[in-house]
Design a protein around this ligand. Structure first.
Ligand code: AMP
Ligand code: ZN
Length: 115
């Protein structure tokens, strides 16, 4: 069993504000939002980062984008748009070592995609 904060969220061992869940994917509100909408979309399978994605994960990773699409509609940000960010590794600023897609929106975001 993974001793990972997101795996604990998946197992409901620590609370989170879940906005979507199916057998393979869960999405919950980021505890430290950077915009009015800030949701983390993650696979339930513990994949450490983009670097650990394998061929057998291709369908799952593709499905994450379909889920992002659904949540964007559910949260009413599909028309105005949003940003999807995946941090990877030390230089990418990844703090939680469980693959996650930040879905950020609800306001006009800055034009800089990195600093
Ligand atoms: P990253 O820096 O890409 O690894 O992003 C990790 C994100 O997880 C940050 O935006 C944190 O605010 C968020 N986070 C950490 N712990 C929790 C938690 N228990 N519930 C919700 N979001 C969390
Ligand atoms: Zn995990």
């Amino acid at each position: 069993m993974e001793d990972c904060i997101f795996c604990k969220i998946i197992r409901k061992e620590i609370p989170s504000s879940i906005v979507y869940e199916d057998e393979e994917i869960i999405a919950f509100k980021d505890v430290n939002p950077v915009a009015p909408i800030h949701i983390l979309v993650i696979p339930k399978r513990h994949i450490e980062s983009v670097v650990e994605i394998k061929e057998e994960d291709e369908l799952l990773v593709g499905k994450i984008y379909t889920v992002i699409n659904k949540i964007a509609k559910q949260e009413n940000i599909d028309k105005n748009g949003f940003r999807v960010i995946v941090n990877c590794g030390k230089d990418g600023g990844q703090e939680v070592k469980h693959l996650h897609f930040h879905l950020i929106g609800g306001k006009k975001l800055g034009t800089k995609i990195c600093e």
